[in-house]
Ligand binder design. Structure first.
Ligand code: GRF
Length: 217
């Protein structure tokens, strides 16, 4: 089967993007990263992408004033021009419109640094510590119009330590992110993920039964 053509959308350092690029170097990986698209020309991840010989594009949201629909259309045009099959949001810090989400329905993944549906939004690691959570982690999910929601493909968990700092916890969660994102993309690219009534099935089985829960790193 032909490899799926993937675009990774970033706004920053792009460590998840780098994990996807590394995974996709394996000959049997079912997807190839053909484009890294950023809304910021100075996103550090763009250099990493270029160093790996991957084409990059910048669609600067500021050029569109507050017109989110026009910004999303411009991104969509770039994705179409590169014949993209699947989109991975990886630290992409723009809210996308429901219209854009609809165009990429069940073909756009996101990674969120928390165990959804807990801790949507920003500063998840600080909030996990402040809430005295025992377990924290990361989630890869399909993107739906609502932010940090959508069918869960894989989650990975870490234990929160008594003396954890925000940065120490973030680093441990990031290690998990770098494991689960390539695995989630692999499953989707292999066509093994279906969405039934808002929940992902992997090989026809609900996610918790499919053996995709990652134990603590
Ligand atoms: C990650 O923690 C990701 O979960 C969140 O933003 C961060 C991006 O980090 N959505 P990086 O750019 O992939 O290093």
């Amino acid at each position: 089967m032909a490899k799926k053509r993937v675009a990774v959308l970033i706004s920053g350092r792009g460590s998840n993007m780098a994990a996807l690029i590394e995974a996709a170097k394996a000959p049997d990986y079912p997807a190839e990263i053909v484009l890294v698209l950023s809304n910021k020309a100075d996103a550090g991840g763009l250099d990493t992408a270029r160093a790996n010989g991957i084409e990059t594009a910048v669609v600067d949201h500021k050029a569109f004033g507050g017109d989110r629909a026009a910004f999303d259309r411009a991104m969509h045009d770039v994705l179409l021009a590169h014949k993209i099959d699947l989109v991975c949001l990886a630290g992409f810090m723009r809210l996308v419109t429901p219209e854009f989400v609809g165009l990429w329905s069940e073909r756009m993944l996101n990674i969120h640094p928390a165990l959804l549906p807990a801790l949507k939004g920003l500063d998840t690691h600080r909030r996990a510590i402040e809430a005295h959570a025992a377990i924290h982690g990361a989630t890869v999910h399909f993107v739906v119009p609502e932010m940090d929601a959508g069918p869960i493909i894989i989650q990975g968990a870490v234990a929160v330590r008594n003396d954890d700092s925000e940065s120490a916890l973030a680093a441990r969660v990031l290690t998990v992110e770098h494991r689960i994102y390539p695995e989630a993309l692999r499953l989707v690219a292999e066509g093994r993920v279906t969405v039934v009534d808002g929940r992902c099935l992997i090989d026809g089985k609900p996610v918790p039964d499919a053996g995709t829960l990652m134990p603590p790193a």
